[in-house]
Design a protein around this ligand. Structure first.
Ligand code: FAD
Ligand code: DHB
Length: 386
């Protein structure tokens, strides 16, 4: 096979890039390791910045988002039961939208045939070749049969565990946190009209939603905890305690339809380009989920990368591809900072003493009483400018 851009990975980054390039008439093929069913069923992020919703609108792929997405004008912090509303629209003029990553993925996959975007599912042994030359290629197997795609460019959108990052051979910075998030999805009405981030002596809790009848909740757990040890009753009890009485009053309990533990990590790999290989999304960076930035960062990478590749293929302009890595990393590092800050502020760290805990209380009290501090949180939460 021959194409202009071979895209590794059919997560949000790979699919958004594929659609952006196809809209500009550039040929591309997406090669994905797992099945369509598996990709469509992974429960992950749920809060979209305007960066993401604007991109979907530009691609003409926001019909269902406009109907089913839930606009949020603010977010709510809770400090040991004390509720701190943070107005997003008031200080930024913009809002965020609750709409699941599963739904975006489905919309992008459903629209692929009409856009002329080919996706190869269940590709084994995907390997990148000759990225330093003008003729890179991708090899893989489908049903045991070897395949090759010759291309001009490879886009590594294959997430944290894919092969693309290693092919760049860059350096990385990372931080592992001494806790994870236990997440539960349940078909019950959300407890609050906005996302709630709660700091409590027993640990962090988060209340979010997917629809007026589907809620997504998380509680901080130790890295040694197992899902099997968390009955639904234990989860609801812990969640309500940490959310505090004002928010817990709105909680409707119900059977969990998904329950899993995700570790928390900060990670950035630099640079994001080597020769004809470009990284985007989780392949290049991971943020801890506090702040809801992982999916949204994939969207901003794709805005930068698609502009750069379209400039190159359509006009022979190399400035965009040459500047891609530095341009993307500036926004990535600022978003890493916000995600680290909110994680550090809201969680219990096993090695923290009374001083660190008093600092967290003082900072949350400052936020509760300072319009400037709330505006800073709102500005970051809604998404920094591109
Ligand atoms: P991915 O979604 O990881 O997609 C990469 C794709 O590449 C996958 O489909 C994968 O199968 C494919 N792939 C991997 N290896 C290969 C290979 N060798 N060959 C071909 N294809 C390959 N963010 C939030 O903001 N809030 C959250 O609550 C949240 N929860 C999360 C929970 C989990 C368990 C995880 C893993 C992530 C979560 N995130 C969350 C982060 C967010 O989901 C990611 O930032 C987002 O999915 C990034 O999109 P991506 O396309 O870059 O990577
Ligand atoms: C969700 C996940 C997050 O990480 C977050 O900060 C807010 C909401 C969610 O799954 O809805």
């Amino acid at each position: 096979m021959k194409t202009q851009v071979a895209i590794v990975g059919a997560g949000p980054a790979g699919l958004l890039l594929g659609h952006s390039l196809r809209q500009a008439g550039i040929a591309c093929i997406v090669v994905e390791r797992t099945s369509q069913v598996r990709v469509e069923s992974r429960i992950r992020a749920g809060i979209l910045e305007a960066t993401m919703t604007d991109l979907l609108a530009r691609l003409g792929l926001d019909a269902r988002l406009k109907v089913e997405g839930l606009p949020h004008d603010g977010l709510t912090l809770v400090n040991d039961g004390a509720v701190i509303p943070v107005d997003i629209v008031g200080s930024t003029g913009k809002h965020v939208t609750a709409y699941g990553q599963t739904e975006i993925t489905r919309d992008l996959i459903d629209a692929a045939p009409a856009a002329g975007l080919d996706i190869v599912w269940e590709a084994g042994d995907v390997a990148l070749h000759d990225v330093d030359s003008d003729h890179p290629s991708l090899t893989f197997t489908v049903d045991g049969v070897a395949q090759t795609i010759e291309c001009d460019v490879i886009a590594g959108c294959d997430g944290f565990h894919g092969p693309s990052r290693a092919a760049i051979g860059g350096t990385y910075c990372d931080r592992a946190y001494p806790f994870g998030w236990l997440g539960v999805l349940a078909d019950v009405a959300p407890c609050h009209h906005e996302v709630v981030y709660a700091s409590h002596d027993r640990g962090f809790a988060l209340a979010s939603m997917r629809s007026p009848t589907r809620s997504r909740y998380y509680v901080q757990v130790g890295n040694d905890e197992r899902v099997e040890d968390w009955s639904d009753d234990r989860f609801w009890d812990e969640l309500e305690t940490r959310l505090g009485p004002d928010i817990a009053r709105g909680v409707t309990r119900g059977p969990s339809i998904e329950k899993s533990i995700a570790p928390l990590r900060s990670f950035v790999s630099e640079p994001m380009r080597r020769g004809r290989l470009f990284l985007a999304g989780d392949a290049a960076h991971i943020v801890p989920p506090t702040g809801a930035k992982g999916l949204n960062l994939a969207a901003s990478d794709i805005v930068y990368l698609s502009e750069a590749l379209i400039g190159w293929f359509a006009r022979g302009d190399t400035a965009g591809v040459d500047g891609y890595s530095a341009r993307a990393l500036r926004r990535i590092w600022k978003t890493e900072r916000f995600s680290w800050y909110l994680t550090s502020l809201m969680h219990r760290f096993p090695d923290a003493g009374p001083f660190e805990r008093r600092m967290q209380h003082a900072e949350l009290d400052y936020i509760a009483t300072s319009a400037a501090a709330q505006a800073s949180i709102a500005e970051n939460y809604v998404g920094l400018p591109l």
